[in-house]
Design a protein around this ligand. Structure first.
Ligand code: NAD
Length: 486
């Protein structure tokens, strides 16, 4: 069993209050970790350490030295790859191939890529005319924003946390991280990595705990936290935005989605079925970019539904380490209750259940885990909460459409605007539709193909701001203009 403490000023420390909480495995509900529960005192210590570190050894590093150190962080993650995989599997219960091929390598990449971006991206310079004819030169200088509060979710814990910590540190900031209470393990391991490669004390801090009236809220309310980057539910974002208003702190929000997949009759059907299968069911549907609403052009509707059903019914449920397992449980019993409530709601609202709709029979210990069947529905009205609200589970609703215009209107009929995936072999149509779907990220004939130099974020209630590439620098640095009169 893991014993998880806070990581403050380069040391692993328990809460002064002695308070702890337990983390249970999603697979069989057994306790996998005992975690120190942070309160105001631990947040105060962590923020003070982070503030102090802004002026010490860390600030004195040249950009080149900082970049090299972050490369070493990435290399050490790679050396300890198996430890990260095992920890993330214990937290999430997801199959090992998801950790090995996606979540952990991306965590390491988040340090390398942003270090390289900081080294290579120029700032702006403008020459201006002046009445005396001599002119003036303006140039931009980026400096770190300060102490960044990082509030992270549970669905891809290491990837999403490092997606923020990587650029924040690359830009010379210090961080206080609050991992999700569901998934504290890899943030703690990262503390060991930081010490091993010699990242100065206080640069990376972790306080464990919960959200409201706990470590999460205390970080977002702390006057010495200069900016807050958050990934999680839109409702939580609302609370954090209120906290950030005190002291006018900057926020970057990556929040929920109710993403549409649009499948045209002229698509490559096999690729579209594979793509929608992955986007709806990878990570047991717990992906913010995942597809919960699928719109399929009528001539191929029946064929598409049948093919997706076949794929869904071929998944293998089981322990993450077992050979051939490609589908895991939901993160917690509580989340399962939420997802099952939507399964019930779909029934009440008259859905046709194409497959799934309940809880699978799991053998032995696994029966105690938070398993749900992957589920496909048809025939729901668009007004149903199942179509309007983010479920964050392994499920999708499929509805036919008859024209491009109708598909666009259906896709846009949502309070969210995170991502969409469009399937067509008609390039002109792909461009037309991509331009009109109101989301931050559109994929054509693919899904989750991520180039970390590109803008990432959501429109409407899916987010505020963009991270990725130079956009991360916009958030994690303060751009100062220097104007020199010639
Ligand atoms: P959540 O909002 O419940 O929790 C996220 C984090 O916020 C946790 O660490 C939690 O403890 C903390 N928190 C909760 N209340 C808080 C408060 N009042 N003040 C400060 N911190 C608080 O989200 P979750 O359930 O962990 O994650 C799933 C959600 O995240 C889904 O809605 C999903 O769409 C979204 N998500 C979005 C993206 C994206 O890039 N847009 C990526 C992944 C997940």
């Amino acid at each position: 069993m893991y014993q998880i403490e806070h990581f403050i000023n380069g040391e692993f420390v328990a809460s002064g209050s002695g308070k702890r909480f337990e983390k249970r495995s999603p697979v069989d509900n057994k306790v996998v970790a005992s975690i120190s529960e942070g309160g105001q005192a631990e947040v105060d210590l962590a923020v003070a350490a982070a503030k102090n570190a802004l002026n010490g050894e860390w600030a004195a590093l040249s950009t080149n030295d900082r970049v090299e150190l972050l490369h070493e962080v990435a290399d050490e993650i790679t050396r300890r790859f198996d430890d990260f995989v095992v920890a993330e599997m214990a937290d999430t219960g997801q199959p090992s191939h998801v950790m090995r091929h996606a979540f952990i390598p991306r965590g390491a990449a988040n340090f390398k890529i942003f270090a390289d971006i900081v080294k290579n991206i120029p700032t702006e310079a403008f020459h201006m005319d002046t009445p005396d004819g001599l002119g003036a030169l303006n140039y931009g200088v980026r400096s770190p924003k300060g102490v960044i509060g990082v509030i992270a979710p549970w669905n891809a814990p290491f990837l999403l946390m490092t997606w923020k910590v990587g650029p924040a540190l690359a830009c010379g900031n210090t961080v206080v991280v609050k991992p999700s209470e569901e998934t504290p393990l890899t943030a703690t391991l990262l503390g060991e990595v930081m010490n091993k490669v010699g990242v100065p004390k206080g640069v990376y801090n972790v306080v464990n705990g919960f959200g409201p009236e706990s470590a999460g809220e205390f970080i977002t309310r702390h006057k010495d936290v200069d900016a807050i980057t958050f990934t999680g539910e839109t409702r939580t974002g609302t609370a954090i935005m209120k906290a950030a208003a005190e002291g006018i702190r900057d926020v970057s929000f990556e929040m929920g989605g109710k993403n549409a997949g649009i499948v045209f009759a002229d698509c490559n059907l096999n690729n579209a079925v594979d793509g929608i299968f992955r986007s709806s069911f990878l990570n047991t549907g717990q992906v913010c970019l995942g597809t919960e609403r699928v719109y399929v052009e009528r001539p191929i509707f029946d064929q598409f539904v049948a093919a997706l059903k076949d794929k869904v019914e071929s998944v293998t449920l089981g322990r993450p380490t077992d050979q051939g397992v490609n589908y895991g449980p939901l993160i917690s019993q509580e989340h399962r209750k939420k997802v099952l409530a939507y399964y019930e709601k779909a029934r009440e609202d008259g859905a046709t259940i194409v497959t799934g709709g309940g809880v699978p029979d799991m053998p032995g210990d696994l029966a105690e885990g938070s398993w749900v069947q992957p589920t496909i529905w048809t025939d729901l009205p668009e007004t149903s909460a199942v179509i309007q609200e983010e479920i964050f589970g392994p499920c999708c609703h499929i509805r036919p459409f008859d024209s491009e215009q109708e598909a666009i209107e259906l896709a846009n009929d949502s309070d969210y605007g995170l991502s969409t995936t469009i399937w067509t072999e008609n390039l002109a149509r792909a461009h037309r539709v991509a331009a009109r779907v109101d989301v931050g990220i559109t994929w054509v004939n693919s899904w989750f193909l991520r180039d970390l130099r590109t803008a990432f974020g959501g429109s409407k209630q899916s987010g505020i701001g963009r991270e990725g590439g130079v956009h991360s620098l916009e958030f994690y640095t303060e751009m100062r203009n220097v104007c020199i009169k010639m």
